[in-house]
Design a protein around this ligand. Structure first.
Ligand code: SF4
Ligand code: SF4
Length: 212
C-alpha cells in the first residue's frame, strides 16, 4: 500500500490561498492511511470552512490513480469543478498527477507520499519496497534494499548490534532477519552468493511505463 501523511494545515492554508476549493480523496490507500478517505475529506471540509474558505464540492475517487474512473466520476462534478479555483488532493502523488492530467485547475497536494509499506497496526506503517524494478525479496524473504538504511545487498554491515540496526537501534537489522529466515527455512547457503551491483536503471523514479 502507498503510505501518505497529511500536510501541516498551516502549510495547506498558505498553498490554497482562497477558494472555492474542490476536495478530492481516494477510496484505496489514502482511505486506509486515514489521510484521504470520506471521513478525512469531510473533516478537511469542516476545517477549511471554519477558516472562511468556500468549498465548491468534494469527491472520493475510486481510486485516485485510475485515469478512466476519475474522468467518469469527475464528470458528475462538472459544475462544482467549473466554479473551483483550486483542487485539494487528499491522495498519493500518483493520484495528484492523474488529476492534473484531467483538470485545468490548480492542484494542491494535501498529503506527502512516503513509501510503499505494510500496515502493522491501525495507523502504524512500515516501509517494505522502494520499487527497484528487479525484485530479490523472494531470495531473502525480506527486502534489503527498502529495509536497510544503506540498502546493502551483501550485508550486514559491521554496525549491527544484537540484531538491531546501527542507524536506528529501534529497528531490527534486516540482514539479521534474513539470516534467521534462511536458517529456519533451511537455505543458509543463499548467503554464500555475492550479490552483484544493482541495476538502478530499471527502478522507480525514471518515468517507467509498462503494458500487460
Ligand atoms: S527487491 Fe525491489 S521490488 Fe523487491 S521488495 Fe525490495 S525494493 Fe521492492
Ligand atoms: S545494521 Fe543492518 S539494517 Fe542497519 S545499516 Fe547495517 S546492514 Fe543495514
Amino acid at each position: 500500500m502507498i503510505i501518505t501523511k497529511q500536510k501541516d494545515i498551516d502549510d495547506l492554508l498558505n498553498a490554497l490561498r482562497d477558494g472555492p476549493i474542490f476536495i478530492a480523496g481516494c477510496s484505496k490507500c489514502a482511505t486506509l492511511c486515514h489521510t484521504g478517505g470520506e471521513k478525512e475529506v469531510l473533516a478537511m471540509k469542516e476545517v477549511l470552512e471554519k477558516k472562511n474558505l468556500k468549498i465548491s464540492g468534494w469527491v472520493v475517487l475510486d481510486p485516485a490513480c485510475h485515469l478512466q474512473n476519475d474522468k467518469k466520476l469527475l464528470r458528475s462534478h462538472k459544475k462544482e469543478l467549473e466554479e473551483s479555483k483550486v483542487v485539494l488532493a487528499l491522495s498519493c502523488g500518483n493520484g495528484i498527477q492523474t488529476l492534473s492530467e484531467i483538470l485545468d485547475i490548480r492542484i494542491v497536494a494535501g498529503t506527502d507520499t512516503l513509501f510503499l509499506g505494510e500496515i502493522k497496526h491501525v495507523n502504524e506503517f512500515e516501509e517494505r519496497c522502494v520499487m527497484c524494478g528487479e525484485c530479490i525479496a523472494d531470495l531473502f524473504g525480506f527486502c534489503p534494499i527498502a529495509r536497510c538504511p544503506k540498502s546493502m545487498l551483501n550485508g550486514p554491515c559491521e554496525g549491527v548490534k544484537n540484531g538491531k540496526c546501527e542507524v536506528d537501534p529501534g529497528m531490527d537489522c534486516v540482514w539479521h532477519l534474513i539470516y534467521e529466515h534462511l536458517k529456519e527455512t533451511g537455505h543458509p547457503e543463499v548467503l554464500e552468493v555475492i550479490q552483484p551491483p544493482k541495476d538502478w536503471s530499471v527502478s522507480a523514479g525514471r518515468g517507467n511505463k509498462w503494458k500487460i
